[in-house]
Design a protein around this ligand. Structure first.
Ligand code: AHM
Length: 336
């Protein structure tokens, strides 16, 4: 079989991108390659789920009071380990850890970037073989280079992200990442063990047919959100409705589908949880950055997610994200 040499691997692509900027130091490319390596290792473990004893709960709760799964811990250690041993990251924040971890050594203190990640999003789906994912975002430090990173480096608004991405461990495993230059998707080619560029320059369709929301919470939503959901279900020639409802309960998969096919994903506040469930820093900001770079929009129902100034590492926020025209229709209900 002929090998298609036109398909670039993740490493080839990031190096190519770097060449376009003679002043680039290669730190960001190195960091993305490190993340790709951790993703391949986690992918191997996710694929073994069921065969070895990594299913189920680890018997502990995370800082949010949620059950921690064994694979959550494994994924967290892989991403943290690879970034700590690399030379491009001064510290990390993880959804699984109470506090940030600063890599206080000579090389790391000189690194320009810090990284935040949700090592395994949708982990309640692990035990039932539904797609799960990893989400990450990269910020340039605001603290002084040469010294250890500080909390201020992590509490920057999402509009300061340098790069963000996700890995979906699905029917095939994909890594998608965005920088200011656009969004590109790489599918893991198992035969060579490399992520290979399969979705260059991804764009989110301006409109779509899918809305994703947890209908079980319907009676706890604000009336304006309920009205929008009703509009999604009505026959409406101006917006192409009724829409189809799809909710995997694994945000990486739900938003990945909507990014490719068009659609809207919502996790609104409820009467029980006015701030919703999703975390601003580990889940919402990276996806908002990716989807905006692909032409879509993301808000907390009031303002652009990327403009929210974080005050806490683990803060939650209501979240609405998707195709531009669908988001504008939503906004006309939320802020008439
Ligand atoms: P998790 O990381 O604890 O699994 O929680 C995050 C997930 C998201 O991927 C998903 O969109 C959401 O929780 C689903 O929550 P719910 O079951 O309340 O609809």
């Amino acid at each position: 079989m002929a090998i298609n040499r036109n398909i670039q691997t993740l490493d080839e692509f990031t190096i190519q991108q770097m060449r376009a900027f003679p002043q680039a130091t290669g730190e960001l490319s190195g960091l993305l390659r490190d993340i790709g390596l951790a993703a391949k290792r986690v992918n191997v473990e996710v694929n073994k789920a069921g065969l070895v004893d990594i299913l189920g709960d680890a018997g502990t709760m995370n800082v949010q009071g949620e059950e921690v799964k064994k694979l959550d811990i494994l994924a967290n250690n892989e991403f943290m380990g690879v970034l700590q041993h690399g030379i491009s990251c001064a510290g990390i924040g993880s959804e699984e850890l109470d506090d940030i971890v600063i890599f206080d050594d000579e090389v790391s203190n000189k690194s320009k970037y810090i990284c935040m990640f949700d090592p395994l999003d949708g982990s309640s789906n692990i035990d039932v073989n539904v797609s799960i994912g990893t989400i990450f975002s990269v910020y340039r430090r605001v603290s002084e280079l040469g010294k250890p990173a500080t909390k201020e480096d992590f509490l920057q608004p999402g509009n300061k992200q340098v790069a963000a991405g996700y890995i979906v461990y699905g029917s095939s495993t994909m890594m998608v990442y965005a920088t200011k230059r656009g969004v590109n998707g790489f599918t893991l080619d198992q035969s060579i063990g490399e992520f290979s560029l399969s979705h260059p320059d991804m764009k989110c369709p301006d409109a779509g047919k899918v809305y994703s929301v947890n209908h079980g919470n319907y009676f706890q939503y604000d009336q304006k959100v309920k009205d929008y959901i009703t509009a999604c279900q009505q026959k409406n020639s101006s917006n192409g409705g009724p829409y189809t409802q799809r909710y995997i309960g694994s945000m990486v998969s739900d938003v990945h589908r909507n990014l490719i096919k068009g659609g809207i994903f919502m996790y609104p506040g409820t009467t029980d949880r006015p701030k919703g469930k999703l975390r601003l820093l580990y889940e919402c900001n990276p996806f908002a950055f990716i989807v905006e770079k692909a032409g879509g929009k993301a808000t907390n129902g009031e303002i652009r997610i990327l403009d929210v100034q974080p005050t806490e590492l683990h803060q939650r926020t209501p979240f609405f994200i998707g195709s531009k025209s669908m988001m504008e229709e939503l906004e006309s209900h939320l802020n008439p």
